[in-house]
Design a protein around this ligand. Sequence first.
Ligand code: PEP
Ligand code: CO
Length: 448
Amino acid sequence: MSPVQWSPQRWRDLPAAQQPEWPDADTLEQVLKELSGLPPLVFAGEARSLIESLAHVAAGEAFLLQAGDCAESFAEFSADDIRDKLKVILQMAVVLTYGAGVPSVKVGRIAGQFAKPRSSPTERVGEIELPAFRGHMVNDDAPDANARIPDPHRLVAAYHQSASTLNLVRAFTKGGFADLSQIHLWNQQFVASSEEGRRFEQIAGEIDRALRFMAACGIDLDAEQSLHQVDFYTSHDALILGYEEALTRMDSLTGQWYDCSAHMLWVGERTRQLDGAHIDFLSGIHNPVGCKIGASTTPAEVLALCERLNPDRIPGRLTLITRMGATAIADALPPLLEAVREEAHPVVWACDPMHGNTFVSEGGRKTRRFDDILAELKGFFSAHRRVGTWPGGVHLELTGGDVTECLGGFDDIVEDQLHERYTTTCDPRLNARQAIDLAFRVAQLLRD
Ligand code: PEP
Ligand code: CO
């Protein structure tokens, strides 16, 4: 660690993995200066509220549902798209809360999830080798060498798209759409006609009856804010550190630094080096932070990450997001759970069952099997049951649309169907039916 006191710039003196090779340093610095003069997207007080909610998760009293796109897109950006994503996350939250009786903390991979770490600096598209697509905040996904040149002006475009996405998210969650009396409207047509949709309708009907019963008992439901509004938080991978630095502001109330680009920031499996720039950056901001943990992570590494990211052991500050793969999790996770419990670090344990289960289909498309996703979740729950720790949450890539990107589920999507509606900008996402199906299964695992 650098001996200099932490500042939002200190990461610049450390090795930073996965940073784009911007063609022109002056333009980049100009853009970052512009960003640092723009208003914050979220407030420090909101980030503190999320820490409080996550503290309940760390204590085993609540469940984290973190979900959204792998990579948000500049091209596919519409009110309908955002609304449909919210619908499915709200539905999943109801299934979890109603089905398992634990409150859910809702965090979107949304309003800022525009940058992607890549395993290789180049990728093959058809016959040609191109610089890798790194998310719309950096370059374009078109299969053309010019489109792949990093353009710093994209950072400003990402900021503005995040602002309008967040504006709509706030309107939907606080302005009546998330009211429990609207619950039937969250069930989209293509979901409602399915088995999962019918199961959801059943819960919705039971909630209706419960509300009518409470009203009949004389309870003033209008006065119960929690029935009419939802707290919904934003998060993304804090990958492009110049962008995150430019949006980091000192909170006037506490004098502490907050990265105001999102409520929660995480670092990925490829950028979590203990002596690297990303961990240093996260160590100084006071937001809730997350760290992805792959199957090869050792107990010593995890403890060192806990010490770096949460030395004061603040419950809710640190979420460890395991992404180990369906087969590896049974052996890889328990020693980490034991080590962290032994040192009494109050972390939230969340399971990302997506990134350890990706493979390329015969037709050349990246995909994941619903059954592998479910198997990793089962492994996560059984590891926690064995060690006696709380399986705190899930971290998923999904969309509200009727895409064909992940295999299996009730519709039993097969490899030949992947091309039909494969629209993701990066990794394969669960469609709304698969997502709700998964929520029912997680609720069952929680009940067990
Ligand atoms: C992601 O969350 O989209 C991602 C790339 O994850 P990881 O860093 O765990 O591979
Ligand atoms: Co992804």
